[in-house]
Design a protein around this ligand. Structure first.
Ligand SMILES: C=C(O[C@@H]1C=C(C(=O)O)C=C[C@H]1O)C(=O)O
Length: 262
């Protein structure tokens, strides 16, 4: 009975289950003190984002596209999943060049990147293909002919070996705006105890001193994880990335591109 009451008091923390979150989770999972205070749930991004909105978690490494859907939000920590150039794992994949694409399939696991793709289609590439929401993994086999698809995460790193044309969405955003991009950040839906936030922030940094160990523990054939962790994903939450985020949120609000139910 006591154990149950204790569980209820734990801070519920959600995280993206992809390889890009491993360095951030490394120190959290090894901190006995933090793990006593929190419960960690790992899921794909759109699911974690929905859980932050409906209150089933208190804080999460969630798609930043949930921000306009939140009554209250607080970005905590100095870390994010961002990119200053090629992110490698968020791309529009196609068998034909961009101007020949007539349909775009949107990854059901994403909230940020699918909306980033809509912003880029309208304001950067200025094309109007048919947009199709997907619900399951089989959509990737339909990326063929003039049907392109957004794929994110580890699956995107695999899709790189399949598709002829790869449009990196972080790079295209940089070309359009001159700014880096923030895909996900630790966002809380309520104020959290400052001592917890401090320890949580500190724990996020530890994995970066153990990248070789993380890479060895997560064998992955499709892409070099050292390159991914050190050159593609940019983890520090800088002022420039905040500027990119603000601009992206403005686009979201203007376009009303978010689905009503997350
Ligand atoms: C760079 C990435 O960022 C991700 C993209 C997200 C999205 O599109 O909603 C959410 C979380 C991040 O993990 C990736 O997963 O490849």
């Amino acid at each position: 009975m006591h154990a149950k009451v204790k569980d209820l008091e734990k801070i519920k923390v959600g995280s993206v289950s992809y390889l890009n979150a491993r360095p951030l989770l490394y120190g959290l999972q090894r901190s006995e003190e933090l793990m006593l205070q929190m419960e960690l749930i790992e899921e794909f991004p759109s699911k974690i984002g929905g859980m932050l909105i409906d209150g089933s978690i208190d804080v999460g490494l969630v798609p930043v596209a949930v921000i306009p859907k939140m009554k209250e939000w607080h970005i905590i920590t100095d870390f994010c999943i961002g990119a200053t150039g090629d992110v490698a794992s968020v791309c529009l994949f196609s068998e034909v060049p961009i101007e020949q694409i007539d349909t775009v399939l949107l990854d059901y696991q994403s909230r940020t990147s699918v909306n980033l793709c809509k912003v880029l289609l309208k304001h950067h590439w200025k094309i109007q293909p048919r947009i199709v929401e997907t619900t399951g993994e089989d959509y990737r086999s339909q990326i063929t002919g003039t049907t392109a698809g957004v794929v994110i995460g580890d699956r995107a790193l695999e899709q790189r070996l399949v598709s002829s044309y790869i449009y990196d969405l972080a790079t295209e955003w940089r070309i359009m705006t001159g700014l880096p991009f923030m895909f996900a950040a630790w966002i809380a839906n309520k104020p959290l105890p400052p001592a917890f936030v401090d320890a949580f922030n500190q724990a996020n940094s530890i994995g970066f001193e153990h990248l070789q160990e993380i890479i060895a523990a997560n064998p992955f054939k499709a892409y070099d994880l050292h390159t991914y962790y050190t050159e593609n994903i940019s983890y520090d939450l800088t002022e420039e990335k905040r500027k990119g985020l603000l601009l992206f949120v403005e686009y979201l609000q203007k376009m009303e591109v978010l689905k009503p139910v997350m």
